[in-house]
Write a protein that binds this ligand. Structure first.
Ligand code: HEM
Length: 510
């Protein structure tokens, strides 16, 4: 068997060598620079020996002094990009050549067989889902319709932190994740809690288990996995152990979500429910291109995941950097006191006037993206970008880190400096179509949740800065800004001493 497999591999390799040396391939531009790789398996062994993979890829780009790198994994070319102009060439892809998604074990499982938007390949299903998202679920009109639900969560998080003040300190990471997952559940299902929740506004056991499983999925989804490059292995073995972890996390997340969706579909069928109250109702009653129960379940998990991590990670880093630099913190406090004052809570209608707070959020997106790379984009035909040949089937990943920390674009790129986004009286926006900061990306696969994501991030930071003073425990002179080795989260969750700074009557009590 082994001899047979090796013979097939050698034949395939010789065939690919012959193919590469035909006259047409001699005329075409070179592949982007990259390490020399072994026949058939490419750089898989180096990848396994150099975990975490994203740091290895960035190290190679630095050592080769290149902003575009080509790595062969199995017979797939992985193209990593860290230059904004090249990234724009790929992502603002007029012909749709780089707009599909590759097949991957994690994507397949999380999307219930590519039934959502984020993992779906280019095609009719993706078009249907993305149209529903942009024209209905995440439209400006629906955003307005959902204002009161968002307000309940903006108030609840304040109430929760105020209750924590008696204890003295808050775990900012948990608080941020709680805010975003509460928000997602409230907008999708009409309720913050799956179970009873807690008296003080905190999460119950059900919400903790749900949030933990979302976190696991978000950590494992972007991981490069050996079976993605040798798909025939996928049906035989869980090579990296990722599959079991992902399957477990999906079961835990869906055991709370899916029964609610089935029950609601039945209520509409039975005529017990006749009015839309939340986004699940909007999905179920969508008329032009009705969705199946499986599509709704996959899409809701997609949206809950998309809502969960970006904002929570952003606010933890922003607050950590701001606590370390009181000048920045004080400027944000002054802006809030000037625009809103201390006798009412900041509201969404104030956000357009809070340019400095938005600059603080944007700067955290630039310097501390939640994941190192974009989701992979699949190349659907041979092409040339930045003078390099990009073969059909290549997976293109854009480095969020490389763009945001690019010294050719940003002065002193490793310093947190919100002032760099202030531009006179011009409104600060969190998007960046030039991709100097990746934030919401651009092009066909760009984020449809810009309005909702920007509102949540700015509102949360504004409420935290307006509502409380944040200090470090007495034995910690500075916030430790070290990031994890294996992902980009802060290595130690931010714990801060918190005290109310507004009159007691201003804080929501229930
Ligand atoms: C501040 C928060 C957010 C940030 C920074 C963000 C960022 C992004 C980015 C960079 C992408 C594109 C990835 C790529 O290159 O392919 C993306 C895609 C996506 N985002 Fe967001 N996002 C945020 C919030 C949201 C929210 C709140 C939702 C919806 C509730 C959402 C839904 C989606 C979906 C469905 C996609 C997939 C689009 C597609 O593949 O066509 N995002 N997001």
């Amino acid at each position: 068997m082994i001899i047979f497999i090796l013979s097939i591999m050698s034949i395939l390799y010789l065939y690919s060598l012959l193919n590469n040396s035909t006259s047409s391939s001699k005329l075409r531009p070179p592949l982007p620079p990259g390490p020399t790789s072994l026949p058939y398996i490419g750089s898989i062994i180096s990848m396994l020996r150099n975990k975490p993979t994203f740091r290895w890829i960035h190290r190679m780009m630095d050592e080769m002094n290149t902003k575009i790198l080509c790595l062969r994994l199995g017979n797939i070319h992985l193209i990593a990009v860290s230059d904004p102009k090249i990234a724009v060439e790929f992502l603002k892809d007029a012909n749709g050549i780089f707009s599909s998604r590759p097949d991957s074990m994690s994507g397949y499982l999380i999307s219930g067989g590519y039934l959502n938007t984020a993992h779906a390949p280019m095609g009719d299903h993706w078009k249907k889902m993305k149209t529903i998202l942009t024209s209905e679920i995440l439209s400006v009109a629906k955003h307005k319709w959902l204002l009161n639900k968002r307000k309940e969560e903006d108030d609840n998080i304040l109430r929760y932190i105020k209750n924590q003040c008696t204890r003295g300190f808050v775990n900012v990471r948990i608080m941020g994740q709680q805010y975003t997952s509460n928000m997602a559940r409230k907008l999708m299902f009409g309720s913050r809690n799956f179970g009873k929740g807690r008296e003080d506004g905190g999460p119950g056991d059900e919400e903790i288990e749900h949030a933990n499983s979302l976190w696991t999925l978000l950590v494992y989804d972007p991981e490069l996995c050996v079976t993605d490059y040798f798909p025939w292995l996928r049906w035989k073995t869980d090579f990296d152990g990722h599959e079991k972890i992902i399957r477990n996390a999906i079961l835990k997340a869906r055991k709370y979500q899916d029964p609610l969706i089935d029950e609601r579909i039945q209520q509409w069928k039975d005529g017990v429910r006749t009015q839309q109250d939340d986004l699940l109702d909007v999905f179920i009653t969508h008329k032009n291109t009705p969705l199946t129960a499986d599509e709704i379940k996959a899409q809701i998990l997609d949206l809950i995941l998309a809502t969960f991590d970006n904002v929570a990670n952003n606010i933890e880093w922003a607050l950590a950097e701001m606590i370390n630099e009181p000048r920045i913190f004080n400027r944000a406090v002054h802006e809030l006191d000037f625009v809103v004052g201390k006798n009412r809570l900041v509201q969404e209608s104030d956000l357009q006037n809070l340019n400095y707070v938005k600059a603080c959020v944007k700067e955290a997106f630039r310097l501390h993206p939640v994941v190192p790379f974009s989701l992979p984009h699949l190349t659907t035909s041979d092409s040339t970008v930045a003078g390099y040949f990009i073969p059909k089937g290549s997976n293109v990943i854009v480095s969020r880190l490389g763009l945001g920390r690019n010294p050719e674009v940003w002065d002193d790129p490793l310093t947190y400096n919100p002032e760099r986004h202030m531009n006179g009286n011009k409104e600060v926006v969190l998007t960046d179509s030039n991709l100097h900061t990746f934030s919401f990306s651009t092009g066909r696969r760009g984020c449809p949740g810009v309005l909702f994501g920007s509102t949540m991030a700015t509102m949360l930071l504004a409420r935290l800065v307006q509502g409380f003073t944040w200090e470090l425990p007495p034995n910690e002179p500075d916030v430790d800004l070290q990031e994890n080795l294996y992902d980009l989260a802060k290595a130690k969750p931010l714990f801060a001493l918190v005290k109310p700074r507004l009159p007691p009557s201003i804080y929501p009590t229930s």
